[in-house]
Write a protein that binds this ligand. Structure first.
Ligand code: SME
Length: 161
């Protein structure tokens, strides 16, 4: 029998509308991308028990992503656009909804516990891709289109894209 605390933690599910309001309040008037990324990663990560690793990779030069603010275990530092789920999101500009990371060609496993993943491109006000938001879960098929839509809206509001 799980304790109420453990049950609650296991069941904790993000309220995207509430989290979006919190992020908007915390970042009001802020334009520094790293400060914005740090705040978004923190608020998302602690809002949902599915989110094992929550963080950003930044476009630091053409074709290269480098790790940015994140929550969770260590992540790899550099991802070229032609590798991994993050590289696919940066290369295509499309959300990557991965129900089974083992089935994704070239998936980069920063943790052996990752089973599913969602990665979204991050765009600035001019529409340029400045990075990606990567969320990993130790649960298979943890993410759906509702997550993708809500996360994309938070990113657009926060980063202007
Ligand atoms: N899984 C990602 C790499 C980042 S670590 O998961 C934090 C990928 O395949 O691009």
């Amino acid at each position: 029998m799980m304790s109420k605390a453990v049950t609650t933690m296991a069941a904790q599910r993000i309220d995207y509308a509430e989290t979006a309001k919190i992020i908007a309040a915390l970042t009001e008037g802020e334009t520094d991308p790293v400060a914005l990324m740090a705040t978004v990663a923190c608020e998302l990560h602690h809002a949902d028990a599915r989110f094992d690793w929550t963080g950003f990779y930044r476009v630091t030069e053409p074709g290269i992503l480098k790790i940015g603010p994140y929550q969770g275990g260590h992540g790899c530092l550099v991802i070229p656009f032609d590798r991994g789920v993050c590289g696919a999101a940066a290369r295509t500009g499309e959300v990557q909804l991965v129900p089974d990371v083992e089935a994704f060609p070239g998936h980069i496993a920063c943790s052996s516990s990752t089973r599913s993943e969602i990665v979204l491109p991050v765009r600035d006000a001019g529409g340029a891709i400045i990075g990606v938001l990567d969320i990993d879960s130790d649960r298979p098929d943890a993410f759906d289109q509702a997550d993708a839509t809500a996360l994309a809206a938070i990113l657009a509001t926060t980063f202007g894209g």
